[in-house]
Ligand binder design. Structure first.
Ligand SMILES: [Zn+2]
Length: 494
């Protein structure tokens, strides 16, 4: 142990000196390496590079990216979407060249063998398969440690960045332990109350869900502020934030989809950049989870416009993370999904054809148009403003009829729990989306999740550990292993 510690200290000291010349050293390193910078290509000079750039064999920093609901057909559809229609060769997406393997997503649930985001998240955050709805507790409802908690124990900085609520299942599995994902107030309370070495578990929290941090849940936001966190609620406040700790909530519940969002809202990549700026100040490294959560939210109601919008936002954030890892050699980037959603099919009916051009013409998502009509806006006006392709007049009559039926339902009791309202809203949204699903030839099989294996993309030191067809628990096992071997932050560990 002593030898390892001594080596560790030597490496840190040398890398701090090297950091002052990082710009120059980095350029020469990049220019003499035309091949992939994957760990396999690091060769004999790995030791020297470890001194210059930190440990390049074992990551000090991990950026774990989750694309909620992004099954393999989403990746293929997005490749079509990114290319001009009629192209003979489809250019790759930012993901394609980093494909390493696939994840098996099934949960350990007594009733269901297709996972939800809570069981899926618990698997890749903790290494334990559990029942649907569980937030980092095992099948006996006992808490199980997450890789973010391990990072914090070792003095690393930590972050959660997400497009939906911060108390949603995927971020929650990293910093909370509770028997049900629905207990969002309790989850937010745990974010504040639970400490590791006297510190809050998560240094950077950016996403939606302000309602769980405000006055209805004990003014947690003010308490975080008292403890040194910046509180921000729009893009310019986020850009001006100076503290290394921040709580940013940009909407009461889920953030709007990228295609529908006001300019004052940060995009996923903006939040990721802010997180990287803050977290990278810690010499011991960091763990950051970035989630493209709204891919799933758009896929549940079969909204192809929303799905492609969010895939685009996630791709930009992934590309940005790769750029970061290219200049920070001790950083591993992994991107995977917890499951697939909706049973997205590239073509439907009898035609051998999928037409993403139609989706490009859309001005708003189906979710957005539905919300506008639910809020009382004139259906015809909403459709005219949101659609960029022809909307048949017969179909417009169906939208108007569905809106009329919805508005007839009693106002009292309106809400997510009211089944009639939910059913009628679904009917309305389906009517709004039918023309774009038809014109683009997009098929769907369910409003829920599917059990297909999902793709895993990785780059940087340790990326080869994600090769092949793996259990979803292996991601956590790999990251625990990396942190155990991390010489910059484990001196105090046993
Ligand atoms: Zn879902």
């Amino acid at each position: 142990m002593r030898l390892i510690n001594k080596f560790g200290k030597t490496t840190i000291a040398t890398s701090m000196v090297a950091a002052t010349i990082l710009g120059v050293a980095n350029v020469s390193f990049a220019s003499d390496s035309s091949a992939s910078l994957d760990e396999n290509a690091q060769g004999q000079q790995g030791q020297d590079r470890a001194i210059a750039f930190g440990n390049t064999k074992n990551p000090k920093n991990v950026i774990f990216m989750v694309s909620d609901g992004m099954g393999p057909s989403f990746n293929t559809a997005y490749r079509y979407y990114k290319n001009k229609s009629g192209a003979k060769t489809l250019k790759p997406t930012a993901f394609d060249k980093y494909l390493k393997g696939t994840n098996r997503t099934y949960p350990n649930d007594p009733k269901e063998n297709v996972t939800d985001s809570a069981a899926g998240g618990t698997a890749f955050a903790t290494g334990h398969k559990t029942y649907n709805g569980a937030i980092s507790v095992d099948t006996n409802k006992k808490p199980v440690k997450s890789v973010l908690e391990q990072a914090k124990e070792q003095g690393k900085s930590t972050g959660l960045v997400i497009t939906t609520e911060l108390t949603d299942a995927t971020p929650s599995v990293y910093a909370a332990h509770i028997d049900s994902r629905d207990k969002k107030d309790d989850i937010a309370q745990q974010f504040y109350k639970d400490r590791i070495n006297g510190q809050h578990k998560v240094d950077v929290m950016l996403g939606g869900g302000s309602k769980y941090f405000g006055k209805n849940n004990g003014n947690l936001d003010k308490k975080f502020k008292r403890d040194g966190y910046d509180l921000v609620s729009n893009k310019s406040e986020l850009n001006n934030s100076q503290s290394n700790k921040v709580l940013g909530t940009f909407s009461e519940k889920d953030m709007p989809l990228q295609i529908d969002a006001p300019k004052s809202n940060p995009l996923l990549v903006d939040m990721e950049n802010s997180a990287l700026n803050k977290l990278s100040k810690n010499n011991k490294g960091f763990f950051l989870m970035v989630e493209g959560a709204s891919i799933d939210k758009a896929a549940h109601p079969n909204d192809i416009t929303g799905v492609m919008s969010e895939m685009s936002g996630f791709e930009t954030a992934f590309d940005n993370a790769i750029n970061y890892a290219e200049t920070h050699k001790d950083t591993l980037v992994v991107a995977t999904a917890d499951h697939s959603t909706g049973g997205l099919s590239i073509a439907k009916g009898k035609d051998y054809k999928w037409n993403p051009e139609a989706i490009h013409k859309m001005k708003h998502s189906g979710m957005y148009m539905t919300k506008q009509i639910v809020a009382g806006k004139d259906p015809e006006k909403v459709i005219n403003e949101g659609y960029g392709i022809n909307f048949p007049s017969q179909q417009l009559d169906k939208v108007k009829e569905a809106a009329k039926e919805l508005h007839k339902l009693p106002k009292e009791g309106k809400g997510e729990k009211d089944e009639k309202v939910v059913a009628q809203t679904t009917k309305l949204q389906n009517a709004i989306q039918k023309p774009i699903n038809d014109e683009s030839h997009t098929g769907w099989t369910t409003n829920g999740h599917t059990g297909v294996d999902v793709n895993t993309y990785a780059y940087g030191p340790g990326s080869s550990k994600f090769k092949g067809n793996m259990e979803n628990t292996q991601s956590a096992k790999n990251i625990f292993d990396f942190f155990k071997k991390d010489i910059t932050s484990n001196q105090n560990q046993q």
